[in-house]
Design a protein around this ligand. Structure first.
Ligand code: RET
Length: 280
């Protein structure tokens, strides 16, 4: 007789903690949530782009960029919902040998966080050079965050995580120093709206490394909880931020945050490219 199958016998290991094996992956419930967020992102894209009809070319940029951000997110959420692109990473925390890392998040963030900063930077009126620098720090933040998440060893994991946090602080410093100075020069209305948008961004972005620490970092929360937490943050940071920015852009009087003509009109003559002052 196999005593381990006997129902009236107490199990020898029932009082012991979970064995150090098993997989921490999203359940079918988690995948349903991912589908719902996919649908919400797609709907947001259609709404943002739909609202751009009838706007002048110079004003359409914010609708266009915001819709693009939610479109990328929709594709990434679809990938995660269908279980495409996840990797299992060895992890010693909390009783599981392996944890699912949804890499689609990182490809999404690699494209959407620069677009979010472009949205915010153009609103403030940052120079192209400032925009490029800001975006480079941001790309480094996501790349090093990705290396931290797929690394098996705690040492390099912490190292890459720390680097990513430093790059995030550089992004914040740029938003605080350069962004607010430029927005101020555009008048009080732009300055106030910019401050609100920049603070909204900074507070939300700070929550990402915290969620990461408990999920992909220390492996102490369930993958479904991770789906919920990143999901809430993504909805606030993409459609939420986008809607706020479009409302401000509309309220302030579009001219003050519109793009310059040379940015949207075809450059048809050599004169348009000249860096020398034009003398008639
Ligand atoms: C990681 C982990 C490593 C440390 C840091 C991170 C920061 C991520 C951020 C992501 C923002 C994403 C947004 C997406 C929505 O559009 C990579 C989680 C600092 C700030 C805003």
């Amino acid at each position: 007789m196999d005593i381990t199958k006997s129902s009236h016998m107490p199990s020898a290991t029932s009082h012991l903690p979970e064995p150090q094996h098993g997989l921490e992956v999203a359940t079918s419930h988690g995948h349903k949530v991912l589908y719902v967020i996919f649908a919400a992102m797609l709907l947001s894209t259609l709404t943002f782009w739909g609202l751009s009809f009838g706007k002048a070319k110079r004003d359409r940029i914010f609708h266009y960029l915001t819709g693009l951000i939610t479109l990328f997110a929709a594709i990434s959420y679809y990938s995660m919902a269908v279980g495409f692109g996840s990797v299992l990473v060895g992890n010693r925390g909390h009783g599981h040998a392996m944890r699912e890392v949804m890499t689609a998040r990182y490809y999404d963030w690699m494209l959407t966080t620069p677009l979010l900063l472009l949205d915010l930077g153009l609103f403030a009126g940052l120079s192209p050079m400032d925009l490029v620098t800001l975006i480079i720090f941001d790309v480094l933040m996501i790349a090093t965050g990705y290396f931290a998440s797929i690394n098996v060893h705690m040492g390099p994991k912490i190292g890459f995580y720390a680097m990513s946090c430093v790059f995030m602080l550089m992004v914040f410093a740029y938003l605080f120093i350069n962004g607010s100075a430029t927005a101020k020069a555009r008048g009080d209305k732009v300055k106030n709206a910019y401050w609100l948008l920049a603070l909204f961004t900074i507070v939300l972005w700070c929550a990402y490394p915290i969620v990461w620490m408990f999920s992909e970092g220390l492996n102490v929360i369930h993958s479904d909880t991770e789906v919920y937490l990143y999901g809430i943050l993504d909805v606030l940071a993409k459609p939420g931020f986008g809607a706020l920015l479009l409302v401000f852009h509309g309220k302030i009087g579009e001219m003050e945050t519109s793009l310059p003509g040379w940015f949207v009109d075809p450059q048809t003559s050599a004169e348009n490219y000249s860096i020398l002052p034009q003398h008639e």
